[in-house]
Design a binder for this molecule. Structure first.
Ligand code: SF4
Length: 332
């Protein structure tokens, strides 16, 4: 009987699920993904996790609880770095230990370290370690990994074209983020971590609300990595966070374009990286352009009415500007 591998639908699920899914399935494992985020999952996460953690980490704990009794393994890799000479948030490195010390009676946790800071080749080493639980054949693991990488590249291309992660995962077809329409659509860049952007419960259906209000959405995933890198190479100091580089590089690219009507920064309460990057992004946009900029902060207490009001006011303000003020701020 095939072993069941549990993958919490949170954090890097939204970035790597096609890679993980293909890899494990090629090795004969059965993938079990936790349910879509709900009030119950969020409440469970908030109750079980330490108060000081950010919202996405708390939510991850809720997804673990949702999965833990129905799988043989929990897949919680210990992420240190996902790109050369860069790091990611240290909370990812401590995540397997946080989970292990929070819950009793967990299945075995696959917590192999993923550290690509020195070389992307380390990914294969990690794959060999993970795969050794399912087969003794290194060749079979390498084959599975190469197939998974191909699926991952197709997934990245799909995100670039404005599709959503769920389109790749077999759920009902989602509406693309960018669409053509007769009327003037607003082009709004939404900057934020993938796990805030693509989890529609936690962001209170932000993307759908924007689309329903006639907005084309531009995400970091839609911008070429080469463009992002070129922009970041002009910064006085190198950005050593993977997300920070992508976010700032995207904002700098947006400032060069003349078709962007607004920028939304989607921020998690309690996120150290967001508090720094958001401030940097806001200063750049305000100093170097007239593009309206808004910060939407989400936490476990966020109310949907407040979110709706802010989105509507932001879009109304942009449209009034286009219509009545010839694109000049009322404040000069
Ligand atoms: S980057 Fe921010 S939101 Fe993401 S896990 Fe770290 S602290 Fe939390």
């Amino acid at each position: 009987m095939s072993k069941k591998v549990g993958i919490p639908k949170a954090l890097f699920y939204y970035q790597y699920i096609p890679l993980w899914r293909t890899f494990f399935e090629e090795l004969g494992a059965e993938i079990v993904v936790s349910d879509y985020t709900s009030k119950r999952i969020l409440d469970d996460g908030v109750k079980s996790c330490v108060d000081e953690a950010c919202l996405p980490i708390k939510l991850f704990h809720g997804h673990v609880l949702n999965l833990k009794d129905r799988v043989d393994y929990l897949f919680i890799p210990r992420f240190t770095s996902v790109s050369k000479n860069e790091y990611i948030c240290p909370k990812f490195g401590g995540l397997p230990d946080m989970v292990r010390h929070t819950f009793k009676g967990l299945p075995e946790i696959i917590d192999t370290e993923i550290n690509l800071r020195k070389s992307a080749k380390n990914a294969l080493e990690a794959a060999l370690d993970i795969g050794s639980r399912f087969t003794g054949s290194r060749m079979a693991i390498k084959r599975a990994f190469h197939k998974a990488q191909k699926d991952y590249l197709r997934f990245r291309q799909m995100l670039k074209e404005g599709k959503l992660p769920e389109d790749f995962c077999g759920r009902e077809k989602q509406r693309p983020l960018v669409r053509q329409a007769g009327n003037r659509m607003l082009n709004i860049a939404v900057i934020g971590h993938v796990y805030n952007l693509y989890d529609s419960y936690i962001n209170m259906e932000l993307l759908d609300k924007l689309r329903n209000n006639g907005v084309n959405i531009i995400t970091i995933d839609m911008i070429d990595e080469e463009i992002i890198n070129e922009k970041c190479s002009t910064l006085p100091k190198r950005m050593f966070w993977n997300f920070g580089r992508k976010a700032i590089g995207s904002v700098m690219h947006i400032l060069d374009r003349d078709d962007i009507d607004g920028v939304i920064y989607l921020m998690s309460f309690g996120c150290g990286i967001d508090s720094f990057i958001c401030d940097l992004a806001e200063r750049k946009v305000r100093r170097e352009s007239n593009i309206p900029f808004i910060v939407l902060t989400i936490d476990e207490h966020s109310g949907e009415a407040g979110m709706n009001t802010r989105i509507e006011a932001f879009l109304d303000m942009i449209r009034w500007r286009h219509k009545d003020e010839n694109n000049i701020s009322a404040y000069g």
